[in-house]
Write a protein that binds this ligand. Structure first.
Ligand code: NAP
Ligand code: GCO
Length: 267
């Protein structure tokens, strides 16, 4: 018996939110490689068009939709379009996210609210929109892209940590409430990954030296490097496949070991 068939996503429709590039794009690429039909969305048509072209370059016929995941009406309309044009969503990856790095006491409430809206309210809205059809179909997979900030805080990321901590518990609650319908909801907690979102933390300094935060993260990671978005593909395929049908409510950290390590003594 070909055991690897347990990891196949053949015949499945996977919707990765905010996946024109970055982690979402890498996860979508991996899922396509496992046989899934890829659906993605972004806020602006130009980004969706760029995304479709980028997927095409990888040999993937992705279905792109313009949709702001914080807008419940837009999300519901997009789900109807996807179901009409592609099929029922079997796998949802709540990937779309933003971060605002501002010291908490300097942060405007509207900025705090915007981060919570995209990083926590939106996964609620999109999950709520796809679960009824998953129940009708006999099951589904929801993967929430959490963060090390689901467990830790640090300066300037109060809104992001609050959102990602909440997303960890939303993950556990969806798992609890819908597990009986054969819906598994798990999280992936990436460590520090080299994408546009973390580019400011890796910027070369004026004197050509590496950003202090870059040096800090590399010294704190046993793997001695930043993660690549492609490092998340395998864990995502696992959590989207039948191989993880009895895994539910878990956060799978893909962090190169940073949470296990006290860190290397600075040379
Ligand atoms: P990114 O490069 O900033 O990409 C984020 C994506 O989300 C972009 O395509 C963005 O589209 C989209 N997006 C933002 N707001 C949206 C909205 N309201 N509706 C629809 N799409 C929206 O981020 P990333 O590094 O790939 O991160 C992806 C996810 O992983 C996020 O949830 C992030 O919090 C999480 N994460 C990242 C890291 C890391 O180190 N990079 C680590 C842990 C977790 P626009 O370009 O139009 O804004
Ligand atoms: C930051 C980074 C982190 C990473 C990620 C770590 O400013 O500390 O952006 O938040 O994005 O979430 O898991």
């Amino acid at each position: 018996m070909d055991y690897m068939k347990n990891y196949s996503l053949e015949g499945k429709v996977a919707w990765i939110t905010g996946a024109s590039y970055g982690i979402g794009f890498a996860i979508a690429k991996a899922m396509a490689g496992a046989g899934a039909t890829i659906v993605f969305n972004d806020i602006r048509q130009e980004l969706v068009d760029k995304g479709v072209a980028a997927y095409k370059e990888e040999g993937i016929q992705a279905h792109g939709y313009v949709c702001d995941v914080t807008d419940e009406d837009a999300v519901n309309a997009t789900v109807s379009e996807i179901e009409k044009e592609v099929g029922t969503v079997d796998i949802l990856v709540n990937n779309a996210g933003i971060i605002k790095r501002i010291p908490m006491i300097e942060m405007a409430a509207k900025d705090f609210r915007q981060v919570i809206d995209v990083d926590l309210n939106a996964p609620f809205i999109v999950s709520k929109a796809v679960i009824p059809a998953m129940i009708k179909k006999g099951g589904g997979k929801i993967i929430n892209i959490c963060s090390m900030m689901s467990e830790f805080g640090r300066e300037t990321v109060s809104a992001y940590a609050a959102a990602k901590g909440g997303l960890k518990m939303l993950t556990r609650n969806i798992a609890s409430e819908y597990g009986e319908y054969n819906i598994q909801c798990n999280g992936i907690g990436p460590g520090y990954i080299a994408t546009p979102q973390t580019a400011p933390l890796r910027e070369k300094q004026a004197d050509g030296s590496r950003h202090p935060f870059d040096q800090f993260i590399v010294s704190k990671t046993p793997a001695g490097r930043w993660g690549e978005a492609s490092d998340l593909g395998g864990p995502a395929v696992f959590l989207a496949s039948a191989a993880s049908d009895f895994v539910n409510g878990q956060i799978l950290y893909v962090d190169g070991g940073i949470q296990a390590y006290i860190g290397k003594q600075p040379s």
